[in-house]
Write a protein that binds this ligand. Structure first.
Ligand code: JFZ
Length: 318
């Protein structure tokens, strides 16, 4: 039964949001630019790129995370006006920082930052209010913060990490109303672990749509039991119209997370053409924004989203 896929198939177009502690740095660390601009990894990879130990990263950034301009209503209405039907935000990226209230770790927005507002709660409630589907990106395999502790002798304990993921998932699946999408990313090769996580999603949110990145790409498609849709690499499109459920994602410039030096903006025309092509190939598009540390979408982003919205009004299906 794939009735839970119906809304997703109709939706076609969603907003991806990369936002977290890394946004504060905008790709820089101690005067050096680690963003994709310089041929490195994307700005949200800072902790890894600059080899910052977990405790140092937390100590430097968590006390500074205070995005008082954050207004869920504004973000959601901007997505809605653009013709987007769903929103997916990084509830936890590879740096391990949780943008939601969790009992599993104090490395989260409520306990470790002066902001003390549950971002996932505010956005999920706003999406429900404005009639958009809401989902979370959750980095289930890569967690540099947790793993940095594991490297210390005596604490090498994978069970402990799996326990964190299980608790986080239970919270995300229980405390935020309908979770429409579980956007797992960069999965490992352990199918049993992934299947357990997928099964838990099914159990607590039977209608949630699960991203194929729950599994590593090395796991054959036939073994990805809980993958509802295939997530293609960034900006990739098949040459023929897809019959299986497929999504591609694209960011508006080079980086996913906020980057101070990245001026490689795709034009509105580029974005609209790509969106039209996605529609023609039967592929959903998750278009990414990387809000700034104050909590604002960038003017370049809102401008593009408005122009996409204009196009959607005349050419999109509603
Ligand atoms: C991952 C993340 O590492 C990255 O930070 C960002 O969140 C992006 C959306 O997802 O990066 C990937 C994951 C998979 C592929 C490429 C980049 N892939 O399958 O080619």
């Amino acid at each position: 039964d794939d009735s839970h896929m119906e809304w997703w198939r109709d939706a076609r177009f969603g907003m991806f949001i990369h936002w977290g502690l890394y946004s504060i740095q905008g790709g820089d660390w101690k005067g050096k630019d680690y963003g994709k601009e310089q041929g490195g990894a994307s700005a949200e990879w800072l902790m890894n790129s600059a080899k910052i130990p977990g405790p140092e990263y937390r100590k430097a950034l968590a006390p500074q995370f205070n995005p008082t301009d954050f207004d869920a209503a504004e973000w959601v209405s901007t997505a809605k006006e653009a013709g987007m039907k769903y929103v997916v935000i990084t509830s936890k990226h590879h740096d391990g920082f949780c943008l939601f209230d969790t009992e599993a770790t104090d490395y989260n927005v409520m306990d470790a930052t002066p902001f003390k507002r549950d971002i996932i709660k505010e956005l999920s409630e706003e999406c429900a209010k404005q009639g958009l589907k809401f989902g979370v990106y959750y980095s289930q395999f890569k967690d540099w913060y947790h793993r940095s502790f594991q490297r210390k002798p005596g604490i090498l304990n994978n069970e402990e990490y799996l326990d964190l993921v299980e608790k986080n998932l239970d919270e995300l699946l229980s405390n935020y109303g309908d979770m429409a999408v579980l956007w797992f990313d960069v999965g490992g090769n352990n199918v049993i672990e992934a299947d357990q996580q997928g099964a838990r999603v099914r159990e607590l949110q039977p209608n949630a749509v699960i991203c194929s990145r729950l599994y590593s790409r090395k796991v054959p498609e036939g073994k990805r039991k809980y993958a509802d849709f295939e997530s293609l690499p960034d900006r990739m499109l098949p040459t023929e119209r897809m019959t299986q459920d497929t999504e591609t994602c694209m960011t508006m410039r080079h980086n996913w997370g906020f980057d101070r030096n990245d001026d490689h903006w795709k034009s509105s025309k580029d974005i609209i053409e790509f969106l039209a092509l996605c529609g023609a190939r039967g592929v959903n598009l998750l278009l990414n924004v990387g809000p700034n540390p104050e909590g604002n979408l960038l003017p370049e982003e809102t401008e593009r989203l408005q122009e996409v919205g204009q196009w959607m009004k005349t050419n999109g299906e509603s």
